[in-house]
Write a protein that binds this ligand. Structure first.
Ligand SMILES: [Zn+2]
Length: 465
C-alpha cells in the first residue's frame, strides 16, 4: 500500500506534518509545532500515531517552528533517521531549533519560579541536548538536485521564496498500482517581486497530486509603498514621544523589516541609532541572510554592487543580552524596537508589549501572519486588554498591521504559482490555512484553473499515493 496521511496544519496554519508510507518505508514531510491557544498547543504533547523509531526519514520544507518545531521531540522518542533539508536552509534550522530548546527550558524555569502553570511540575517539550541530537541528523541538499531518502523514493527541493532555504518538495515514488507518480508539497510559498530572496519556482515534474498551502487563500495583500507607511507610523509615534514595537519573526520578517528601515535611514528619514534589533536569533539570522549571496534576488545584488548593504545588522543597535533588552524599558527617547516572536506568543517582545501597551503614545506594528489564539491575533482584532503571565494589561497603544510585509503568497500569488505548474494535477489538497481561507482558495482554483475540486483534508485523512 502506498498512502499519504495528513496530520497537522489541517484547517489551521501550525503543526505541519504529512506522512508518506510505502510498506515499511515511512517518510514525514515536516514535523511542526502547534502554536496558538493552550488547547492548540496541548497537541504538541500528544503521542505521534506512528512510533518515531519506525520512521525512515524526514523531509523538511523550511526552518519555521510550525514546520520543524517537533523534530527534537521525535528524536527524543526514538527517531534516528536522516532529516533532509536544503543546504541554504541548514543554518536557519539549527538557529531556530537551538532557540526553541532554550526557550522551552527558560519557560519552564520561569513557570516554576513564578508558580505560574496549571501543572504541578512543568516540563519542557524537549531539551537543548535533544536539539543537538536532532541537528546531527540533518542531511543537506542543493535546490533542484534529486536525492533518495529511501529505496525507490526520489525527492527534489525547489525554491519557495518564503524564507532563506525554504523549499517546495517534489516526491516521486510508485503508487499501489505500480505506476510511478510525483506529488508536490508546496510548503509555505513566498511572494513575488519582494526584496531579498528569489521568487518562488514551480515544480519541474508534472505532479499527479498537489498539496498546496492556503494561509492567505482568502486575502489580497495591499500593494502600497511599505516605506511610506512605516515611515509615517514611526514619525507620528516619535512626535508623541513614543516608541514603536515591531514584533517580527526573527527569521525572514525581521530581515525584510530591516531592509525597509535601512532604506528609510538611507533617505534620511530615520536615525539608525534609534533602531534596536532586540533578538540574538534575529541578529544571527540576518548574518546568515547576508552571507547567502547565491539566494539573493537581483535587486539586493544590485544594491550590494553599488556599495549599499540593507541587511547590515551592525548599522542598528543590537541587543545581545537580556540586560541590554531590559534597559530599553527605562529608555526615555523614542525608539524602534524589532523583537520576536512575531505573533507575540513568547520571547523578548512580550516584555516590551507588557511595558508599552497601556500607553497611547506608543505604536505596535505587526508584520506577519497572526494565528488564531495568539496575542498578536487578539491585538490586531482589537482586544482592549491582554494577559501576560497572568497580568492583565489594558491596550491603549496604537496597533497597526502591515499585511504588505507578509511572508506568504496571497490568493493571486498562489494562483500565479499554480498556473506555472508544468501540467494540471489530477488531485489537489489544501492545507496550512484556516477553513475560510482554504474554502476561498478552493473556490478560486476551481474558477480560475478548472482543476479538479480540491480536497480539504481533516487531520488523520489517509489517501492513496
Ligand atoms: Zn513558514
Amino acid at each position: 500500500m502506498a498512502t499519504v496521511t495528513f496530520y497537522g496544519a489541517c484547517g489551521t496554519v501550525t503543526g505541519s506534518c504529512t506522512l508518506l508510507s510505502w510498506g515499511k518505508t515511512r517518510i514525514l514531510v515536516d514535523r511542526g509545532m502547534y502554536q496558538g491557544t493552550e488547547e492548540i498547543e496541548s497537541r504538541n504533547w500528544e503521542p505521534f500515531p506512528v512510533s518515531p523509531s519506525d520512521l525512515t526519514a524526514v523531509v523538511l520544507t523550511h526552518a519555521h517552528l510550525d514546520h520543524s518545531g517537533l523534530l527534537p521531540r521525535l528524536v527524543a522518542q526514538g527517531f534516528d533517521g536522516s532529516i533532509h533539508c536544503t543546504r541554504a536552509g541548514r543554518g536557519l534550522v539549527s538557529l531556530i531549533l537551538e532557540d526553541a530548546g532554550e526557550l522551552q527550558e527558560e519557560d519552564v524555569r520561569y513557570a516554576r519560579r513564578k508558580r505560574y502553570s496549571r501543572h504541578q511540575n512543568p516540563q519542557p517539550l524537549y531539551t537543548s541536548g535533544e536539539v543537538r541530537q536532532t541537528l546531527r541528523l540533518l542531511e543537506t541538499h542543493p535546490f533542484d538536485a534529486s536525492f533518495a531518502p529511501a529505496e525507490g523514493v526520489r525527492v527534489r527541493f525547489r525554491r519557495a521564496g518564503h524564507l532563506l532555504g525554504a523549499a517546495s518538495v517534489e516526491v516521486s515514488a510508485k503508487g499501489s498500482d505500480g505506476a510511478r507518480r510525483s506529488w508536490c508539497f508546496s510548503g509555505d510559498l513566498g511572494r513575488y517581486d519582494v526584496p531579498i530572496l528569489k521568487d518562488p519556482e514551480p515544480p519541474l515534474e508534472p505532479p499527479a497530486a498537489l498539496l498546496l498551502e492556503s494561509t492567505y487563500g482568502d486575502r489580497r495583500h495591499e500593494y502600497g509603498d511599505i516605506e511610506e507607511v512605516l515611515g509615517k507610523i514611526i514619525r507620528q509615534a516619535f512626535a508623541r514621544g513614543g516608541s514603536v514595537i515591531i514584533p517580527a519573526f526573527a527569521i525572514g520578517r525581521t530581515q525584510e523589516v530591516l531592509y525597509h528601515l535601512s532604506k528609510l535611514a538611507d533617505a534620511g528619514q530615520l536615525d539608525p541609532k534609534a533602531v534596536f534589533l532586540d533578538s540574538p536569533m534575529a541578529i544571527r539570522a540576518t548574518e546568515l541572510y547576508q552571507s547567502a549571496g547565491v539566494e539573493h534576488d537581483e535587486e539586493l545584488e544590485e544594491l550590494a554592487q553599488n556599495g549599499s548593504d540593507p541587511l547590515a545588522p551592525d548599522r542598528f543597535n543590537r541587543c545581545h543580552t537580556v540586560e541590554q533588552s531590559k534597559r530599553l524599558n527605562s529608555r526615555r527617547e523614542p525608539a524602534v524596537i524589532v523583537a520576536s516572536s512575531g505573533m507575540a506568543t513568547g520571547g523578548r517582545v512580550v516584555h516590551h508589549l507588557r511595558h508599552k501597551l497601556s500607553d497611547p503614545k506608543h505604536a505596535v506594528i505587526f508584520v506577519g501572519f497572526q494565528a488564531a489564539g495568539t496575542k498578536g491575533r487578539a491585538l490586531i482584532d482589537g482586544a482592549t486588554q491582554v494577559a501576560f503571565h497572568g497580568e492583565i494589561v489594558p491596550v491603549r497603544a496604537e496597533i497597526h498591521y502591515l499585511r504588505q510585509l507578509s511572508a506568504h503568497a496571497d490568493c493571486a500569488e498562489l494562483l500565479r504559482w499554480c498556473r506555472a505548474l508544468p501540467a494540471r494535477p489530477q488531485r489537489v489538497f489544501l492545507n496550512h490555512g484556516e477553513d475560510p481561507a482554504r474554502k476561498a482558495l478552493a473556490a478560486a482554483l476551481r474558477q480560475e484553473t478548472g482543476w479538479p475540486t480540491p480536497v480539504l483534508p481533516d487531520s488523520g485523512l489517509t489517501v492513496d499515493w
